[in-house]
Structures are given as structure tokens and as C-alpha cells.
Design a protein. Structure first.
Length: 221
């Protein structure tokens, strides 16, 4: 176990260093190769999502500008989804349980996430993915340490990432083609986020109330 963990850590350090040194070259390469190397672009997107040396929206924007809104959204969605699956596997199967637990202890939102997972893990992962204020690493770590199955987590996580990844690609494409449309996109996405966040707040409030009622009820002997 210790040997496997050490090898994974060394691989992570190597990949992070490699991306940090060559991330500008990667983005430049994507801009000028467009659709010629779709698989390699997806691999780069995955690594840059897993190890965010630069913000992933920038990566998504560059890919969206190079591949167009539809194919670009698909590529960055695949990259982000694969990255979350790799992170999940590292924590659950790679011996990084202590690291995952430390991540959970860093965030005050962990208690709310616990209540949501107890109610409906699949729906919780999907909705939490759509809310930018909920750290992605918190969702990844909690899911990996919970009883959620790998396939169930992957599907829910992938569904929840669709809106944001589509936006990143659309922004990148729109900046190149018609920048004035950005305003409409921002308004529409803001409305979408407001609806999702309002629903999330109402849902968590209801669950917290039910949880408090259950705690006050005397236990049956």
C-alpha cells in the first residue's frame, strides 16, 4: 500500500510540474491544431482539470474557440468528468483516505453535504455540481469516502457538469465570433444559477428541519 501510494504521489508531482512548465504551449497547440487531434486535446483537458495549474474556464474557453460550441463543450466536459473520476478513484482505491478526510474538515459546508447525501446521493452530486460556490474538490472527496458506487457517482457528476462546461465552450466560441452575445449568455446563465441555488437552499433547509425534528424525538427502546 505504501509503495503504491508513493508511486502515485511521484506521478502526480511529475504531471503537475509538466503541466506547469508547458501549459502555455498546450493552449497554443490547441488553438492551432483544432480538430486534428481530438483525443490528445481531451487528454490535455483531463490533466488540466485534475491539476488546475490555470483556471479550467480558461482551458474551456480556448477549446471552445478552437472546436466550436458543440464539440468544444463535449471535449471539456469529457476532460472534467474524467478528471473527477480519476480523483474519486485515487481517494477510494489509492490509499488517500486521510487526505480526503482532511479536505472535508477544511469546509464548513461538509455537514450540509452529509445531510444531502443521506437523503439522495445521486441527486445531491448532480445539483452540487451545478453550484459554483460549492468546491468541486469537496464533492469529489466526500463521494469517494461515502458508499456511493463509482458508476453512480460518474453519471451524476457528469450530468451536473454539463451546464458549466457548455458555458465555458460557448464563451470561448462567442469571444471569437460575436462578443456582444456574451451579455445574453451571462444573463441566461445567471438566471439558471439563481433557480438552481434557490432550489438547493430550499431543499437543504427542509432537510435540516427534518433532521432537527428527528434529533428531538426520543429514541425507541
Amino acid at each position: 500500500m505504501m509503495m503504491r501510494k508513493s508511486l502515485v504521489l511521484l506521478l502526480m508531482v511529475f504531471i503537475v510540474s509538466f503541466i506547469y512548465i508547458y501549459h502555455e504551449s498546450f493552449l497554443h497547440w490547441i488553438q492551432h491544431n483544432e480538430r486534428d487531434h481530438l483525443f490528445l486535446t481531451t487528454v490535455i483537458a483531463t490533466l488540466m482539470s485534475l491539476f488546475p495549474v490555470i483556471p479550467y474556464p480558461i482551458v474551456g474557453g480556448v477549446i471552445g474557440a478552437a472546436y466550436g460550441p458543440a464539440l468544444g463543450a463535449f471535449v471539456i466536459w469529457m476532460g472534467s468528468t474524467f478528471a473527477s473520476m480519476i480523483f474519486f478513484a485515487m481517494v477510494r482505491y489509492g490509499g488517500f483516505h486521510k487526505w480526503g478526510t482532511k479536505i472535508l474538515l477544511k469546509y464548513s459546508a461538509t455537514k450540509k453535504v452529509t445531510l444531502l447525501f443521506e437523503r439522495n446521493a445521486f441527486m445531491s452530486i448532480t445539483i452540487l455540481r451545478m453550484i459554483p460556490v460549492i468546491p468541486s474538490i469537496l464533492i469529489n472527496a466526500y463521494a469517494a469516502l461515502s458508499r456511493v458506487g463509482f458508476v453512480r457517482y460518474s453519471v451524476a457528476s457528469g450530468l451536473g457538469k454539463v451546464p458549466a462546461m457548455t458555458l465555458f465552450a460557448l464563451v470561448g466560441h462567442t469571444i471569437v465570433t460575436n462578443p456582444i452575445e456574451l451579455l445574453y449568455m451571462i444573463i441566461i446563465y445567471s438566471i439558471f444559477l439563481a433557480i438552481v441555488y434557490t432550489g438547493y437552499r430550499l431543499w437543504t433547509k427542509k432537510i435540516e428541519q427534518e433532521h432537527r425534528i428527528q434529533e428531538k424525538q426520543p429514541s425507541e427502546i
